[in-house]
Ligand binder design. Structure first.
Ligand code: HEM
Length: 404
């Protein structure tokens, strides 16, 4: 691919947005946005257009003609996840989404999702509750969403460690491509007979729904089901894991806000979840590609230019949110942009929100006096890029609580 001739206009040159975000990322984004709604920044040795306002990021998500998801995902995830929903467009995308996304919606999912969420959160807390301290990233946030997916798929509990390894390897594809490809093959080989068995004897699990349902008189092929299932780990588990860790980081580093949520969880937990997603959205800087030359909202974009949809700048845009850098659970605003917009908007929004609410409620109920460990350093709990810039979260969350 040719790179775009944007170099002359670069607004910043010390951070390559393809690999690492700046330590003070929000400050960098706010300073850039103070002068322009977009900036030109280094990206993988070339330059990308970084969209910084709520208005531009929202418009860009909705503009599939100019920034089609199908232009970038086959390059970034195709080799390991296959032809997922994110690589599709038009009728193919419509049919695949019509079959794959309803099982995650509230009206269809409550009966088989809710019995999984709360018992699983308690199961994980049971392992640590007596101890009085733990790293919540290691022992809770990074585990809970993977196991939710594994149980939704109806996979045997004894296979969960293996499923966790596959999920981990798929996530680290940019750093360890061979391990990721090997795990992708193993996961696929493991699933093939499961698909066959569920087709002949469907149960109440997600795989049974995927192999038996149809839309516009078309059913999914095995490969379409398999690529959707491979996508579920990076798209559905890692995002939620980081979202939960970011929410806990916000609360643990703002003890007054944590105390407020604890004082009336029923009232505050749902809004704290939205504030966590706004303050540090787990999908922070989403790369896309603009294949054709265009002038978009007054920005001249050469062909094959990388675009970065800065969801995290959009959700701290002062034109949209008052005092935007403040973590404030009493805001009564949703942050839907955290889930994207337009045709490729998140298929698991309801499930993600339900997981975040359930996990936070159970942690607060079971770990009285939950607080950051006094030895935890700001660097340890800093929200940072994880495997490239798109996903952000802390590496660890050392905490203490009052033992029963
Ligand atoms: C807090 C958690 C989550 C966040 C922040 C999040 C965010 C996002 C975003 C921003 C996109 C759009 C990507 C793009 O336009 O390129 C997306 C797509 C997607 N998400 Fe989520 N997600 C979360 C949880 C989940 C869960 C739990 C599932 C499980 C079902 C899921 C499944 C998907 C799928 C399948 C897509 C692709 C949709 C399509 O291309 O049509 N996500 N997500």
């Amino acid at each position: 691919m040719t790179t775009s001739p944007l170099a002359a206009a670069a607004d910043l040159d010390d951070v390559d947005f393809a690999f690492e975000d700046a330590p003070e990322l929000h400050q960098v984004l706010a300073e850039l946005r103070a002068s322009k709604a977009h900036a030109v920044v280094p990206f993988a040795g070339a330059h990308a257009v970084l969209l910084l306002t709520h208005e531009l990021v929202s418009a860009a998500f909705k503009d599939e003609d100019t920034f089609p998801a199908s232009a970038i995902y086959p390059l970034t995830t195709g080799p390991v996840l296959g032809r997922t929903l994110q690589c599709m467009s038009g009728r193919e995308h419509r049919i695949n989404r019509a079959i794959a996304s309803p099982p995650f919606r509230r009206n269809r999912a409550t009966d088989y999702v809710e019995p999984i969420l709360e018992p699983l959160a308690h199961e994980l807390v049971d392992r640590i509750a007596d101890r009085g301290e733990a790293d919540l990233v290691e022992e809770f946030t990074s585990t809970y969403p993977v196991l939710v997916i594994s149980r939704l798929l109806g996979l045997p509990v004894e296979d969960e460690q293996t499923v966790r390894r596959w999920a981990h390897d798929l996530f680290y594809y940019p750093f360890e491509p061979e391990a990721a490809k090997a795990s992708s093959r193993e996961f696929t080989d493991y699933l093939r007979p499961v698909l066959q068995q569920r087709r002949s004897e469907p149960g109440d699990d997600l795989i049974s729904r995927l192999v038996t349902e149809s839309a516009e008189d078309e059913a999914l092929t095995d490969e379409q089901v398999l690529s959707f299932l491979r996508l579920l780990f990076p798209a559905g588990a890692d995002t939620t894991a980081l979202g939960l860790a970011n929410l806990l980081t916000g609360l643990l580093t703002h003890p007054d806000q944590l105390a407020l949520v604890r004082s009336d969880p029923q009232e505050h937990v749902p809004w704290a979840v939205w504030e966590g997603l706004r303050w540090e959205p787990p999908v922070g800087l989403l790369p896309r590609l603009c294949p054709e030359a265009t002038t978009w909202h007054g920005i001249d974009v050469p062909p094959n230019t990388f675009m970065i949809f800065s969801i995290n700048a959009a959700l701290r845009d002062p034109a949209k949110f008052a005092d935007p850098h403040r973590f404030d659970v009493t805001r009564r605003e949703t942050a839907m942009l955290a889930f994207g917009q337009g045709p490729h908007t998140c298929a698991g929004t309801w499930l993600a929100l339900a997981e975040l609410r359930t996990a936070l409620t159970v942690l607060l109920e079971r770990l009285p006096g939950l607080r950051l460990h006094p030895a935890a350093t700001a660097e340890q709990v800093r929200v940072r890029s994880q495997v490239g810039v798109a996903l952000r979260g802390p590496r660890s969350l050392p905490v203490q609580w009052d033992r029963p």
